[in-house]
Design a protein around this ligand. Sequence first.
Ligand code: HT7
Ligand code: ZN
Length: 851
Amino acid sequence: PQKIYLRDYEAPKYTVESVALDIRLFEEDATVEGRLQISRDAAGDVLLHAEDMEIEALYIDDTRVDDTAYTHSEGRLMLHDAPATFALRTEVRICPQTNTMLEGLYKAGTGDETMFVTQCEPEGFRRITPYPDRPDVLSTFTTRLEADKRYPTLLANGNLIEAGEVADAPERHYAIWHDPTHKPSYLFACVVANLDVLSDHYTTSDGRKVLLEVYAKAADIDKCHVGMQALKDAMAWDEDNYGCIYDLDRYMIVAVSQFNMGAMENKGLNIFNTACVLSSPETTTDARSFNVKAVIAHEYFHNWTGNRITCRDWFQLCLKEGFTVFRDQSFSADQQSAAVQRIDDVATLRAYQFNEDAGPLAHPVRPDSFVEINNFYTTTVYEKGAEIVRMLANMLGKEKFRQGTDEYFRRYDGQAVTVEDFLSALSVADERVLSFIDWYRQPGTPVVSGHQNYDAETQTLEITLTQKTRHVAGFDAPKALPIPVATAVFDKESGQIVAEEMLLLDKETQTYRFDNITGAPVVSLLRDFSAPVQLNFDYQDADLAFLLTHETNGFNRWQVTQILVNRILLQNHEPAIYLEALAKTLPNLAKDDAMLAARLLDIPSAQELASAISTDYDPDAVKAKRDGLYQQVAVHLADMWQPLYESLPITEYDDSAEARGVRALRNVVLDMALTAGVDNAADWAVQQYESAACMTERSGALKALVNHQVAGYETQLKNFYERFKADDLVIDLWFSAQAASEQVRVADIEALIAHTDFDWNTPNRVRSVISAFTTQPAVLWTPEGLALYTQAVAKLDDSNPVIASRLVQVLARWYTLVPSKREVAHRYLQALKEKVQSKHVRESLDSVLGA
Ligand code: HT7
Ligand code: ZN
């Protein structure tokens, strides 16, 4: 397959003035008629994308052309020597019923729940109708949908123009939609289904009433209220914070059970994975419910950052995704403790993005080449992309950042643009913005190391920082990047902050001087994680313990626990200081901020620890060490668990941040108590399971029972299944509680795959078993684990290559394993390479094996 390079970008050779589609859905297939008004400077060949379709007829200016007038092969349709300006009509046949890739138009669900939906980003539109399917071709779309009346819901982008019965076919009906905005084809969407709808309104700050609709199957409609409220909150938030007002009269969301990713921001018609829109206290954990709100906000925010201003080409994906993730993180921070939001975002970045940057899949936030763009919807593009925008926002400050974003929206509204355009707009507020372009171009996580020097006589403190980024093969030698390091200096005796500054490290090494530091100082660096770097500062463990008590920044209190834990697990530091600091901090914090207290007990996952090990990684040894420290914490604080658990009683469900904090802490304490062998902890777990007021409590208890294989846990597992077997999303939880269990064996995963409710064609179900299993690397990296996992990839390679390729990416750091395991892993990966066909999986495997 061909590699595509950013440097080869060429502007489109023609424009598409308008598009009219007529999609007729039948029992076995669908026909699509497309009418494009094409214009350009001169006559010549016209190249369109056209994949997986049968071309039935082509007309140029209403005259049917014969098959010498075009060539259709390998997903491309070439019209030979077409006029400069012409009307093109295409008639094609497609088969959504057999489309398991979940790209283009596909069937989701079965029986009464059958529906037809689209996923066009990045290149799915070319599987619906011949088209120049690239994000810099913008046009207006009119869509006619026709189907059997068994599907009363006919939706497409924009406004409903007309609907009615089909002449001579009384069992069929149609609807016509028109979207007046100019959009790229990847934002096209349509839905043919039988759904209920939850409706509401939002009045914009300029006084327009917008109809809001959430479509879901009848049994799920009660679970749409959380999402609806989040949508209204997001609309108001975007007006307040960015001056961005919604532009159409209608905003629709549709819940779909088979979906490759979380959700899709199609213009005015978002399509959502049910997991990212449905929420109810009885069936949805707090974490998932919070995620529902964040994803609703994310897709809504795309209306400006992505839809009205879109990407010139797919290399610029971070332009819309990085900025939009930053916006949804900021929105979420306003809905709960900002410190906890930052902790969660940084924990994700460290666990996944740092890992990606440290291995063979490392790529710049703006990649400069790819074979398959689907492989680049990565944590680097999304989360590191968001971190770059965050650095810019922090450097500019609230007012100047707003000045810059206002300029961006003013200058580029209605256009398809680049990262350079984004920085250029922001630079009206501050020219230093332009130097951040290297963050988009250079792969690898910078490591910032440093030390401090305090001279009591001159009362000066010097902090020296050095940055180093690994040289990733195939890229230029790394340059020094501009790295903002938010710093506070504490007085050791009083515990007060005596200096606060944003240091800008933009050379390889720099020394910063603080005067008038009258007593021995402790510095706190990278506050709020001011840059996406790995920090190796020469702290004493005692200084870190000091900061755990005295830092005023909640994020940094968590950060010091993580530095201490990493030192214990990876550098053999003694745990005493850490354990004492926790014992001192937790009791009060649990009363003041239960959510933060729960986070302070975080011990990085086995996967995250693995990403910090570059050679001779032994998954069994890491698991043993991690379990050992967990046990030590549980035992050291054993006296705390009972009073703490009892101080957090189960009460009626409440969705406040405080109540969520209590539930999070209670689940952590329950697991700690079981680990420490506290008397009666098993009874608490069973009791919590049975008297749970919501899913956070019930699934927290279930996971604890399963993880500790508390006698009789099978009873609760069975009860959970029976209670929720009609609810797919809850059954996903049931699968993942078992697949991600600390006690899981390969045979358990095989049994889950053999379960009647397992379905290879439903990505949520595949993730709940196959991806959940990767949280246990000590089992995954065994010959049996690898055999099962690579078989899963081979199976999905044909039916759903996007998902298969994502599974391969998890194996990227096989080469860091101890030699005996490394050889086995290499053998399985090589054998997999012989079996797979898709360019998605091949590209990922080639990178992974090239390590
Ligand atoms: N912009 C959306 C990306 C997306 C996607 C990409 C590939 C395959 C399927 C997909 N579904 C959605 C999601 C987002 O970032 O908002
Ligand atoms: Zn997005």
